[in-house]
Design a protein around this ligand. Structure first.
Ligand SMILES: [Zn+2]
Length: 276
């Protein structure tokens, strides 16, 4: 059987429901495969889980669509919490087809010889569209790439503006916030962990290129109160992630600092850049 037909029949043979609801994790896996052109050279299941996590949180699905409690509350979880579920869906995918997929030692890979051509991908896209319309009453277009959000946004005088409508954009309603809270589910100053209350600020907000806008390392996750204080210039962070208090406030303490665990080399780089 040729590669195209194998992929095509794999996609068709899948069951995208669980009991009466939609199996959103299966959809996440489907979009992962689609974004990889159905050609996978060994990838760790944790990376597939991270993709599925992003697919779920970025699409902000109606929670009535799913019966899975973890999926319903995806923002409260971390990508690694999905590994077990994604692994199950991978095994389930393979079981339901003569699959082009293989799974061994926590790694997923495909046995097809070639990437699908654009023409073949186009045919698969159409099938995926039909499956999506059946389950969501609409097509879904998705890419994991955060920078896609910024195609329609420009940054002028400290504000984000939509290119086509000229309206102010709340940066905390974009996918950058999803990436900022991906592994940081708490305020980095006070540990408050009410997810719906969390916002982010950019550490270095002079953007040299699109990557600075999309990079979660350039963000600081804060609760509503510390977000407000940051934006009113009550404090900044030094190059070690330690707080510099400019105006006294009962919610600010000069001993506050970002935990070492969160200080990635890239984050330290942004902190340094911000001071220079
Ligand atoms: Zn806080």
């Amino acid at each position: 059987m040729d590669d195209f037909y194998t992929v095509y029949s794999d996609v068709m043979k899948q069951n995208y429901n669980d009991s009466t609801k939609v199996n959103l994790i299966k959809f996440g896996l489907l979009f992962f495969l689609k974004e990889s052109n159905f050609y996978i050279e060994k990838i760790k299941i944790s990376k597939v889980a991270r993709y599925v996590y992003r697919f779920l949180i970025d699409n902000d699905f109606d929670s009535n669509l799913t019966s899975n409690v973890l999926v319903k509350n995806i923002a409260r979880y971390r990508p690694e919490d999905l590994i077990y579920h994604v692994e199950n869906e991978v095994l389930n995918w393979i079981k339901l087809s003569n699959s082009f997929l293989q799974y061994k030692d926590s790694e997923l890979f495909s046995i097809n010889q070639n990437r699908l051509t654009n023409d073949q991908m186009h045919k698969i896209d159409k099938v995926v569209d039909i499956i999506c319309i059946k389950h969501f009453n609409k097509k879904i277009e998705y890419s994991e790439n955060v920078c896609n959000d910024f195609r329609a946004i420009k940054y002028v005088n400290g504000k984000f503006i939509s290119v086509d409508r000229n309206e102010k954009i709340d940066i905390n309603k974009t996918r950058v916030r999803n990436r900022a809270i991906e592994n940081t589910k708490y305020c980095e100053l006070c540990d408050k962990n009410d997810i719906s209350d969390l916002k982010f600020v950019y550490i270095h907000n002079i953007f040299d290129d699109l990557n600075d806008l999309c990079d979660a390392n350039n963000t600081l996750v804060l609760c509503e109160e510390h977000f407000r204080l940051y934006n009113s210039n009550f404090f900044r962070l030094d190059e070690f992630g330690k707080i510099n208090v400019f105006k006294e406030h009962h919610s600010l303490d000069s001993r506050m600092r970002i935990s070492k665990h969160n200080l990635t080399p890239q984050k330290l780089n942004y902190l340094r850049k911000n001071l220079s």
